[in-house]
Design a protein around this ligand. Structure first.
Ligand code: SAH
Length: 430
């Protein structure tokens, strides 16, 4: 990994925010989440700016994946075609990952090209791809119809392929440790723009982008898991994200993935978490908590001014009760900021007070972001944090930091055309 940052001793405050008596030693540092090297945008009252509504921009063209199957049928019928033409186009796009009319020889030649362009307009244009981890991780930069840029990250693991997708261009949640938030929210992505990231990834896998499937003995393999952990706050773009998930999981008229293989990660928009629990789609749910106490979370996660730790945890527990799906708590471990052993214990206490077996914790070693003065926790501190959680009976798994050297790991996606020069890059001529 390349780290340009030097170890930083941030401002410390007197210990006493919550540590037990034995831990109130002078060795206990408390770095506060202040930004350095960039300025966090603020609202009229001087608080970190939160953007829930996306700025108005020209809408991307409507695409088959934005519509229900019935509306797709209506669209072909409007052109005087029989309903089954909609199913044929669905199959080409969702199962064969193509929008090339030349390969759709089962459609009548006359008017084929117009029909296909109408139903499957171009949404994502590849600008660049960067590959690392011995070819097992690829970060894509996509340009949308209006020039907005987004990224997705494709990762091969033993037995599965995961795609980390974006749900918004930029992000309005303004978390000081996350690179995506620094430029604010450009716009919401449409459902089809979200889905097209998966289709394009499947096409690239089939074409050998992660290695020749034939040689690897992996013929027919495709994206098996999706994490909404790219750019954006998925629950701030609720309706389009739900439509995308419906298409991803639709076995008859969509891609047909398992809902369990799809993870929706949120900063903690409580009303939307409650709504998600009622959708009847058992996706995996992840809450970006990062601190068990409001005093620190208020500073790390600006949306904590709306919904506090206890409310977010109640909503996560409710998700488990309604869906039976064990939820994840994400916790970026930041040196001297939130990695204190007493915080692991406080977290375990708050989780255990809501029952057993409903939750696991996913600590994420902090990934460097531009201008950030913080660093990941020391290995021994990280190990102690995990030990305390496990000792309290909380299953805990450290998240791997795939793609860190290409700025493709959690919190590093900014989608600029000028990226690090030291990584192997393939510019695509756009
Ligand atoms: N908006 C969603 C998805 C964000 S990215 C959310 O907040 O959950 C997925 C995870 O990466 C989140 O848990 C996010 O807090 C975390 N993350 C952000 N910046 C990070 C960084 N610099 N290092 C490690 N994890 C980070």
């Amino acid at each position: 990994m390349t780290s340009k940052r030097s170890p930083v001793e941030g401002p410390t405050t007197a210990a006493g925010i919550g540590p037990g008596a034995g831990e109130r030693s002078s060795a206990l540092r408390q770095t506060r989440p202040r930004t350095e090297g960039w300025t966090q945008k603020t609202d009229a009252e001087g608080r970190p700016l939160l953007q829930f509504a996306a700025p108005k921009r020209g809408k991307p063209p409507t695409h088959l994946a934005d519509l229900s199957h019935e509306d797709r049928v209506a669209a072909v019928q409007e052109r005087g075609l029989p309903a089954f033409r909609a199913s044929q186009i669905e199959k080409h796009y969702f199962q064969h990952f193509t929008r090339n009319p030349d390969s759709m020889t089962d459609l009548p030649a006359e008017g084929r090209s117009e029909l296909v362009h109408l139903m499957l307009p171009a949404l994502l244009t590849e600008v660049r791809r960067i590959q690392t981890d011995g070819g097992d991780t690829i970060k894509f930069l996509w340009k949308l119809h209006d020039g907005a840029l987004v990224e997705s990250v494709l990762m091969r693991y033993p037995g599965r392929i995961t795609l980390c997708v974006s749900s918004q261009a930029g992000c309005g949640m303004n978390c000081p440790f996350c690179a995506t938030g620094q430029a604010g929210l450009t716009r919401n992505m449409s459902a089809a723009e979200i889905v097209d990231q998966v289709i394009q990834a499947n096409r690239i896998i089939e074409d050998g982008g992660l290695g020749d499937p034939k040689k690897l003995g992996h013929e027919g393999e495709r994206v098996s898991n999706i994490v909404f952990m790219g750019m954006g706050e998925p629950l701030a773009n609720y309706n389009r994200v739900i439509q995308a998930i419906k298409v991803l999981t639709d076995k008859k008229h969509g891609i047909g993935m398992s809902a369990r293989g799809i993870t929706v990660s949120t900063v903690g928009l409580v009303p939307a978490i409650l709504k998600l629990a009622e959708e009847g789609i058992p996706v995996t749910f992840a809450l970006s908590l990062h601190a068990p106490d409001d005093e620190l979370r208020d500073e790390m996660i600006p949306v904590n001014s709306r919904w506090k730790v206890e409310e977010a945890l109640d909503a996560a527990r409710n998700y488990f009760e309604k869906t039976g799906r064990r939820v994840s708590i994400e916790y970026a471990l930041i040196k001297d900021m939130n990695d204190h052993a007493w915080r692991a214990e406080l977290l375990a206490e708050k989780l255990n007070s809501r029952g057993r077996g409903w939750v696991h914790v996913n600590p994420i070693p902090l990934n460097p972001t531009p201008g950030s003065v913080w660093t990941a926790s020391e290995p021994a501190v990280q190990a102690e944090f995990v030990r305390r959680l496990e000792a309290a009976g909380i299953p805990t798994t450290i998240r791997d930091t795939r793609g860190k050297d290409i700025d493709g790991a959690c919190g590093q996606l900014v989608a600029t055309e000028a990226d690090r020069a030291d990584a192997a890059q393939t510019p695509i001529g756009v």
